[in-house]
Design a protein around this ligand. Structure first.
Ligand SMILES: O=C(O)CCC(=O)C(=O)O
Ligand SMILES: [Fe+2]
Length: 251
């Protein structure tokens, strides 16, 4: 049986296209929700144009846009560099965060109901307020850059007690043209079962929506928690850039 019950996820619509010049119309949230329920990972149509991808990629070299920079090898997180944006976020990033959040909150709230957890605010402003009340005040959207040999160890982006369970990563480069290798890797851990690997290869502008920490999956007696970690396999050549949109803020 599929864990997805469409009748429990009403109104999964965006008000309009989300920066989707190559894919006019709304995102198909019914499909995305079904994919998230069954796989924990969903691939969107392009959310950014090639020009917008280039604009964000170039921002990487403007230090004033960021609150901090992490050299991944120093923390044994992998190999590469990432930078957390400072507030106020670039308009494009702020807009994506605000517009992607409401439909994701519907999915997150269905998950919370299944797991007996409190609901999240319906809009992003409400989530940011709840984060502030929990002492999580620092912005989490980030840009990542990997060169040849770069990779990202399996991890979860948990930054405090308040975790919104879905996040988005948008591919800014063209796989097989700008870089090779560098697949998006996910490992799912079900209770009393061996881990399940998933690999995705988004094209430029496409977003991956995925579980931050865990999601509910049907079990014999109701719902059990399935844990997901994400990472990136080694980049074999070229440079790979990604925009990470995490919705909760950090302590
Ligand atoms: O580079 C990637 O694809 C992974 C980025 C990541 O870890 C994130 O967006 O949280
Ligand atoms: Fe991450």
């Amino acid at each position: 049986m599929s864990a997805y019950e469409p009748s429990q996820l009403p109104g999964l619509e965006l008000p309009g296209p989300v920066f989707a010049p190559a894919a006019p119309g709304t995102l198909d949230w019914t499909r995305l929700a079904a994919e998230l329920n069954t796989e924990g990972v969903a691939v969107t149509p392009p959310l950014l144009s090639p020009e917008q991808c280039a604009e964000l990629r170039e921002l990487f070299d403007h230090p004033t846009a960021f609150r901090s920079t992490v050299t991944m090898a120093r923390h044994r997180f992998g190999e590469g560099l990432y930078r957390y944006f400072a507030y106020p976020l670039p308009e494009l990033v702020q807009d994506l965060r605000e517009r992607l959040y409401p439909p994701l909150a519907l999915i997150a709230n269905e998950w919370a109901r299944r797991l007996g957890q409190p609901a999240f605010a319906p809009d992003h402003e409400g989530l940011v307020e709840a984060c502030a009340a929990a002492g999580q005040l620092r912005p989490t959207p980030l840009l990542l850059r990997y060169g040849r040999g770069g990779y990202n160890c399996l991890h979860q982006d948990v930054y405090g007690d308040l975790t919104f369970p879905l996040q988005v990563a948008i591919m800014l480069d063209r796989p097989d043209e700008d870089f090779t290798g560098g697949e998006s890797v996910f490992v799912e851990q079900r209770p009393r079962a061996q881990s399940r690997p998933l690999v995705r290869r988004p094209t430029q502008g496409q977003g991956l929506i995925f579980t931050v920490d865990h999601r509910p999956v049907r079990s014999v007696r109701g719902w059990s928690r399935v844990t997901l970690r994400h990472g990136v396999s080694a980049v074999l050549s070229g440079e790979r850039h990604v925009l990470g949109v995490i919705f909760h803020d950090a302590r």
